[in-house]
Design a protein around this ligand. Structure first.
Ligand SMILES: NC(=O)c1ccc[n+]([C@@H]2O[C@H](COP(=O)([O-])OP(=O)(O)OC[C@H]3O[C@@H](n4cnc5c(N)ncnc54)[C@H](O)[C@@H]3O)[C@@H](O)[C@H]2O)c1
Length: 353
């Protein structure tokens, strides 16, 4: 590890806390700081974990440049602080633009001042939903499946690659992330900092405080565990919409590799996800949750598809796999079992949330 100090913004969140803990455990000599405004319900439960792992917590808001006036030297940032909900972005555009775009600019300014390198957590939501939803599908007994006959640049039946168009509406969440990516590339080109962009699909695993509009697979397991009702929303109301998912440990291995090879991946954009092999429809997720928890809960139906929602999304990981020899290791049942065990071990804290 050539870096001496790491700041994880959004460091009390799901991805941020897991990466902060992962880096500190692997590189004990690395100074690790986690900055967070604790706006996400549940993030406060990560504070004891950070403390136990010798990670210094800074209560701060990336929208406020004063909170980023650090009194220590920094040479690496992992930017994980965002409002990650598509639905929240629809309800409150100015909030999302301030948080996810102006906040990122403040983080980039910090990197420029300190000559710190940066790993940026972007999203598959930079790809436009109307174009994705135009890809023809067939309905099997448990899921929607892309038809392999289509010829679309950057698309194959096993996933969407970095060459897929970014033109068209992508929700304000996706737009603020794409705008952040563009600015990050300018900072890399002009201010001699190195950086890499990861366009992640759904990431899942322990310490994700899943809610109805974000962190869907953890939310699904939480609802089964605590016997709370669920709903299949949109796309015919049968739960046949599909996402790939990636275990947080697989994301950590990837980012660890990127940090070790930052000169090689500098300026690159990668699509990152579980791919076709680690994908599920909601109906399939229900079955898995039933098998693991032994609980069968009521699942209602809402026929109306939410604005900006996507029927099928699968990541094509080929670029990152070829360049860094990284591949997802954890299958969907392993991910769901890990989430289940985390809930079981933290049942009383989680039931109060
Ligand atoms: N989880 C996923 O499936 C997923 C998929 C694609 C991309 N991402 C991206 O990864 C990053 C982390 O997502 P996550 O799943 O850990 O979400 P999360 O909500 O669990 O974590 C984000 C953290 O950032 C904090 N935060 C929000 N606004 C802040 C601000 N203005 N100042 C300081 N802290 C702030 C929140 O309190 C929270 O703890 C986000 O950028 C998100 O867009 C996540």
């Amino acid at each position: 590890m050539k870096y001496k100090s790491l700041l994880v913004t959004g460091g009390a969140g799901f991805i941020g806390s897991n990466l902060a803990v992962g880096f500190k455990q692997k590189f004990p000599q690395l100074k690790v700081y986690a900055l967070d405004n604790l706006s996400r319900c549940g993030s406060q439960l990560n504070l004891p974990r950070l403390r136990e792992n010798n990670i210094k917590f800074i209560r701060g808001d990336i929208r406020n440049p004063k909170d980023l006036a650090l009194n220590f030297d920094l040479d690496l940032m992992i930017e994980c602080s965002a409002e990650p909900s598509v639905v929240a972005s629809l309800d409150n555009p100015l909030y999302i633009i301030n948080n996810n775009l102006i906040g990122t600019v403040n983080c980039l300014e910090l990197c420029r001042r300190q000559k710190a390198d940066i790993v940026f957590l972007s999203t598959s939501r930079v790809y436009p939903y109307p174009v994705i939803n135009k890809i023809r599908t067939i309905e099997t007994s448990t899921r929607l499946k892309w038809l392999p006959a289509e010829r679309i640049y950057g698309w194959m039946a096993n996933g969407i690659s970095e060459d897929f168009t970014t033109c068209g509406p992508k929700t304000l969440y996706g737009a603020t992330k794409l705008a952040s990516e563009l600015l990050l590339q300018e900072y890399i080109a002009n201010y001699r900092i190195k950086g890499v962009i990861n366009r992640c699909g759904v990431i899942a695993g322990p310490w994700q405080f899943g809610k109805v509009d974000q962190g869907v697979f953890t939310y699904w397991m939480l609802a089964h565990y605590f016997k709370r009702p669920l709903k299949y929303i949109g796309f015919g109301g049968k739960g046949k919409q599909v996402r790939d998912l990636l275990h947080i440990d697989d994301l950590f291995s990837l980012i660890d590799l990127e940090v070790a090879n930052l000169s090689k991946v500098n300026g690159q954009i990668y699509n990152v996800g579980g791919g076709y092999k680690v994908s599920l429809s909601l109906a399939e997720a229900t079955k898995l949750c039933q098998q693991i928890t032994g609980h069968k809960i009521r699942i209602g139906t809402e026929f109306k598809t939410r604005p900006g929602d996507i029927a099928v999304y699968l990541t094509n990981n080929k670029k990152i796999t070829q360049e860094l020899k990284w591949e997802p290791q954890k299958a969907a049942p392993v991910i769901f079992n890990d989430i289940f065990n985390w809930i079981k071990n933290n049942q009383s804290k989680l039931s109060r949330l």
